[in-house]
Every structure is written in structure tokens, then in C-alpha cells.
Design a protein around this ligand. Structure first.
Ligand code: FES
Ligand code: FES
Length: 163
């Protein structure tokens, strides 16, 4: 079957098997290997991408279900050479060690900040509760999201003051 979807603002059309999962479509067909595949049980959350702006585990979605929809992956987080504050936060606060869980964590946390720019630590932990980090524990991840939240608020205030 043929599918057409927009991935990171680019329209793509491919012939696929109907049983192909979105995670494999992204990784193996489009070579967007930033989205990771970490389990067979829908538990780890390393595969989180956005489908029409909502975080989803791409191992639970058929590529065919994304036909006609918008997908964003971690490759589409930065704006050109400018990292998203979430990416900066993970870098500044050591939110990763091996980095395997990081793309999924960042996609979930970016979506959280878009809905709730000043989340509590409990709200951040709840947002990532469907995701597993086998390295850092979760404290540095929470700290990274707080860093992004604080810096985004400061940047918005500065932009407002200059307007
Ligand atoms: S690969 Fe583990 S939840 Fe999707
Ligand atoms: S940084 Fe290694 S699994 Fe999270």
C-alpha cells in the first residue's frame, strides 16, 4: 500500500507493507534513526514521536495509521542550527548518559512544556512515567526540563521587554 505523510515538515510518499510499524518506517525507510526501538512490549518509550502534535509510542502505531498526518521526530526539534531549549537543557544538566532513552524523553518533555510551560517536578515525572531510563535515574532529566522551562520563560520575558 502507499502512504503519504509529513515528517518534520517534509511530505514523504512510500510503498509499505500494511503491517509496518511507524517506528520501523521512520528508522528503516526514512533513515531517521534518532527514534529508537527499545522493547517489544510498549514499555520503554524510547520510540516516542509526535503524531499531529501529540506524543505517541511509535511502536504502537502502524505506519498506515499515520497516512495523511503530521509526524515530528527528534530530528525535527532543532530550528536549523538552533537547538530547542529542551535539547540545551539535557546538555546543560547532564540529562543523559548513554542517550538511548533521550530522543523519546525530549519529545515527551517538549510536548509537556508546550502545554504547561512551568511544570512542577511531580508533573514532569508524571509526563515521563511511561518511559524508562536505564542510566541516569530521573533526577537529571527532571532538572533538564526545569532548565528548559526557566530559560524559555526568561527568553520570552526578554523578547517582551524588547518589543
Ligand atoms: S520501543 Fe519500547 S515503547 Fe516503543
Ligand atoms: S541515558 Fe541511557 S537509558 Fe537513559
Amino acid at each position: 500500500m502507499q502512504v503519504t505523510m509529513t515528517v518534520n515538515d517534509v511530505e514523504v510518499t512510500r510503498e509499505i507493507e500494511g503491517r509496518l510499524l511507524l517506528v520501523h518506517f521512520l528508522r528503516d525507510t526514512l533513515s531517521l534513526t534518532g527514534t529508537h526501538w527499545g522493547c517489544d512490549t510498549s514499555n520503554c518509550g524510547t520510540c516516542v514521536v509526535w503524531l499531529d502534535g501529540e506524543p505517541v509510542k511509535s511502536c504502537t502505531v502502524l505506519a498506515a495509521m499515520a497516512d495523511g498526518h503530521e509526524v515530528r521526530t527528534v530530528e525535527g526539534l532543532a530550528k536549523g542550527a538552533e537547538l530547542d531549549p529542551i535539547q540545551e537543557g539535557f546538555m546543560q544538566c547532564h540529562g543523559l548518559q548513554c542517550g538511548f532513552c533521550t530522543p523519546g524523553m525530549m519529545m515527551t518533555c517538549r510536548a509537556l512544556l508546550d502545554k504547561n510551560p512551568d511544570p512542577t517536578d511531580a508533573e514532569i515525572r508524571e509526563a515521563i512515567s511511561g518511559q524508562i531510563c536505564r542510566c541516569t535515574g530521573y533526577s537529571t532529566i527532571v532538572r533538564s526540563v526545569r532548565w528548559a522551562s526557566v530559560h524559555e520563560a526568561a527568553a520570552a520575558q526578554e523578547a517582551g521587554a524588547q518589543a
